[in-house]
Design a protein around this ligand. Structure first.
Ligand code: GTP
Ligand code: MG
Length: 278
């Protein structure tokens, strides 16, 4: 490896340790240390890139024994979880920051993000969790993708679109991931408000506001799966309500007119107001 300029003695020590490291985990730890210690300026960019590439490659290898590598757990929060996935440098961290305000590392070199980064996106009256999936696509991070509600695939307009799409499709197919997909073209003007709506519309969730007779509807929505029925709302509000249920009145898109009377099997729509009569 080319000698970086102005690196500290600690950096060279870490490099020495890396050279003599035997296990994959030790090598990863040393490389991460080297990346941390290497000064960040123009003339060290190439070395940074080399180190990160090496790290990405090492991380991609299968560990010899299970349980040796750190597990990255991203606790689900908010109304749903969306994974940002794309080839390296496709603009994932940039988009994560624009959607959530989280200060993720953004850089022109490859594999800048090596662990999942996440934040919360505000859309109208709900919060949605956005997770950047490192382009190393390790099993642990792919299990996050597996369990999420939506995959937002980033396609960099400056790179071959079909090739990127195929690469991502292959990775998802190989892991048998069937999570719903949506696409966004990056490195061009993005209407963030429109993209937020696209994310919400594809998330597979709806907002329902409950209402007591004679009163205004609740401000805070309850989140359900898109195909939720009145029965799901009754059960969520109060289990014992079910046997006393007579009918529900609905205001919103799922009914032909506001205040329509429906039964337990009526399918709800996003932003419906539900008044349960028992
Ligand atoms: N002009 C322009 N540059 C962008 C845009 N989005 C990202 N970039 C640049 O592209 C480079 C990579 O962006 P990142 O957001 O770090 O990409 P990433 O997909 O997170 O990359 P890795 O984590 O390294 O895989 C950076 O230099 C960004 O400044 C964009 O919309 N327009
Ligand atoms: Mg990134």
């Amino acid at each position: 490896m080319k000698m970086p300029v102005n690196a500290s003695i600690e950096y060279y020590k870490a490099e020495e340790k890396f050279t003599s490291a035997k296990t994959r985990e030790d090598k990863i730890a040393c490389l991460e240390e080297m990346i941390r210690l290497l000064p960040k300026h123009k003339s060290s960019e190439t070395v940074h890139a080399q180190l990160r590439k090496k790290l990405a490659k090492l991380k991609e290898e299968k560990p010899k024994k299970s349980g040796q590598r750190p597990k990255w757990i991203v606790k689900k929060e908010g109304a749903g979880q969306v994974c940002l996935i794309g080839v390296t440098n496709s603009g994932k961290s940039t988009l994560l920051k624009e959607l959530t305000g989280v200060d993720a590392d953004i850089a022109s070199y490859e594999y800048t993000t090596t662990k999942p980064e996440f934040g919360m996106m505000r859309y109208e009256d709900v919060w949605v969790q956005i997770v950047e999936i490192p382009s190393t696509f390790e099993p642990e991070v792919m299990s996050i993708v597996h369990n999420s509600d939506l995959i937002l695939i980033l396609l960099d307009v400056n790179q071959g679109l079909e090739k990127q799409r195929r690469e991502i499709d292959d990775i998802l197919a190989r892991r048998m991931i069937k999570t719903k997909k949506s696409y966004v073209m990056t490195k061009q003007e993005i209407n963030i408000e429109k993209l937020k709506r696209q994310i919400w519309d594809n998330l597979g969730k709806i907002r329902v506001y409950t209402k007591t007779p004679g009163k205004k509807a609740e401000d805070k929505p309850i989140i359900f799966k898109s195909k939720a029925k009145v029965k799901d709302v009754v059960q969520e509000v109060h289990k014992s309500f079910l046997k006393h249920f007579r009918y529900a009145k609905i205001w919103g898109k799922s009914v032909k007119f506001n205040g329509a009377t429906v039964g337990l099997k009526h399918a709800l729509a996003d932003k419906d107001i539900v008044e349960i009569r028992a």
